[in-house]
Each structure stands twice: as C-alpha cells, then as structure tokens.
Design a protein around this ligand. Structure first.
Ligand code: HSE
Length: 334
C-alpha cells in the first residue's frame, strides 16, 4: 500500500514514526507493507516510487528543515506526477478557504485515491462535496483525528453505535481553551496561560482560532455532518469564544461549585460553541488539555469518551486507525 503524505509538520512526522513502530503489525495483518512513497511540506517534496524509510524522512526534515530537495509551486501538480493509493492530508488548516489541503483532497478523491485527513478547514467548509466526490469515485474519506485527536468519536459513532439513534453530542473539543480555563480556575491570568499553551505547542499557529472558538466550531460541524447526516458548514455555527471570560466570572462560578468550560453542542437542530457553566465533578468539567465528549443515544444512554485532543503521536494514532479501517475495507472488497 503506497501512501503520500501532504504536510510534514508535527502530525506528518508523527505518522511516519507510528508507521515505523507498526510496520510489522501491518505486514502481519495485510500481508504487505505500508510504504511512504512521497512527502511534501510547505515548500519542498520527496518522491520515490520504491518508498522511503519513514524515520529517515523525519530525520531529514529535522536536520534541514525540509523534507525533500525538490521545490514546487503547486501541490496538485506534484500529486498528479506521483503514483500512490492513499493520500494522508495533514497540511496546516485554513478555515477561510480550505487552502491547499482542500485542493489536495479534491485531486486525490477525484482520481480514485482514498484519503485520510485531520485537516479541519476542508471538512468544515466542503464536507458534503467531499463525501459526494468520494462516493462517486468509489473511494474512502476518513477523518477520525480531525475531532478530538486520539479520542475516538467519529468511528465510535459510525461503527460501535451504528444501531443507535444519537440524540446529541456535547463536548470539549479544544485543549487550548480547556487548559486556559482550568488554569484560570486556580487564579492564573488569561494572557499568561495562553502563552504557556503556545509554548506547549497545543495552540493553533494563530491562537485566535482556539480562543475565539473557531477550532471547536470546525469540529462541531464535522460531527454534525458525519454523525447526524446534516449538511452544514462553519458559517452555520453559533460561536462564542472565551476571550470575554473574566476572572470575576470564574470566581462567581466557583462560589456555586461550578466551572466554566467551552462546550460544543450538536444535535439535529443545534450547532453551537460557547462557554457554559458545568457542575464540578461532571464529566464535562475536566481540567487540562484533554478533550471529552458525551454522546447521548436512545438505547445506550450517555456514553462519555475522553482523550488527548492533540499531539504528535496521539493524532497519528487516529490516522493509523483510519488507515486500518481503509485497509480492512479494501481487504473485504477483494
Ligand atoms: N489547537 C487545537 C487544540 C489542536 O487546542 O485542541 C487540535 O485541533
């Protein structure tokens, strides 16, 4: 199985490390290796139809700042000159236009390649179009890591809860905001904690996307479309971020044994992100950088999942789970 990785930052490199760690597992399960034939960062690319040692790609990137020696202007031109089976699209997200990630995904699906992505912009803007493109070309589009990183939610709803009527999902979908709010619970000021979150590498390149709730909104849109079969985009979400939450508001909540958390809510009729009061000790009142989601369905009742919403290896673990799902699907079709 030949993989091309678009985006060679933290997640692209983490995926190479995970592939190296699971190399033998994949050979044992499918009787063939998963080979990285190409990788692209924002300026350069490397392509070899015989494949690369994924750890070598990581070490080249870390040593030189570039993944390849060839430069490019148009990522789609690079992809169209390469032979591969699965595109792993993990380039930086653009929630305004979908950016190069959207074009890369469109190219791959339009040409019969399966796609795994954690790139939220294209999914939050053009979900239905991309799903239709995948279906009409007989390909898979998987995006487990785009919501909640390592926390299983999309495949959990699609597979394990397939027979349920899911009524709502409420959750914490942004680790940066949760980190900030839970540090504010202990009296630390907003600006100082935001800097700390950036240093930890948790915040988006532009942290406005985190603190204004845009990142959570993308995830809520993806859930609405993927789990509830809705046809909504980023612009349909009612969004309030956390920038106007004062230390006084946090203290007032604490005096009533509550905390303030940025909660995303989605159902057949709801699509919201905003600060909410949560009783201390409630599953949605967690602290730190974790993500959590409470899925309410008719037969199972509430099911709560919690996990790491970002991180090099953690997000790559979700990509691995999508890769396995695609390879299982291909094996079934054979
Ligand atoms: N900036 C995001 C967060 C990363 O803080 O949760 C994962 O999308």
């Amino acid at each position: 199985m030949r993989v091309f990785i678009c985006g060679f930052g933290t997640v692209g490199q983490g995926f190479c490390e995970v592939l190296a760690a699971r190399r033998q597992f994949l050979i044992d399960r499918y009787g063939e290796p998963v080979t990285v034939v190409g990788a692209m960062d924002s300026k350069t690319y490397a392509y070899n139809p015989n494949g690369f040692d994924p750890l070598e790609l990581v070490s080249v990137k870390q040593g030189t700042g570039r993944v390849g020696t060839e430069t490019y202007q148009d990522s789609v031109e690079v992809l169209s000159g390469a032979e591969f089976d699965i595109l792993v699209e993990v380039s930086p997200t653009d929630v305004k236009t979908g950016g190069a990630g959207l074009r890369n995904i469109e190219y791959a699906l339009g040409n019969g390649k399966d796609v795994i992505t954690v790139n939220k912009g294209p999914l939050a803007l053009k979900f239905r179009h991309l799903i239709d493109l995948a279906e009409s070309n007989g390909c898979c589009l998987r995006f487990e890591g785009s919501v909640g990183g390592a926390m299983p939610i999309i495949n959990l709803c699609r597979d394990n809860l397939a027979g349920e009527r899911i009524e709502s999902i409420r959750g914490i979908f942004n680790g940066t905001c949760n980190f900030i709010l839970s540090k504010m619970d202990t009296g630390q000021p907003f600006e100082q904690v935001l800097k700390e979150a950036q240093q930890m590498g948790y915040a988006e390149t532009d942290p406005t996307n985190d603190i204004e709730g845009y990142d959570s909104a993308c995830k809520v849109v993806i859930l609405a479309n993927a789990v509830f079969g809705r046809d909504v985009t980023f612009n349909d979400v009612r969004i309030t971020g956390i920038t106007s939450i004062t230390e006084d508001a946090i203290s007032l909540a604490a005096s009533h044994n509550m905390v303030i958390r940025l909660i995303g809510e989605v159902s057949e009729s709801k699509l919201e992100v905003g600060p909410r009061l949560v009783p201390r000790g409630h599953p949605l009142g967690i602290s730190g950088t974790l993500n959590t989601a409470q899925i309410l369905s008719d037969l199972a009742g509430p099911v709560t999942v919690t996990g790491r919403g970002a991180g090099r290896i953690e997000t790559a673990s979700a990509i691995l789970s999508d890769l396995i799902s695609i390879m299982d699907e291909r094996a079934r079709r054979r």
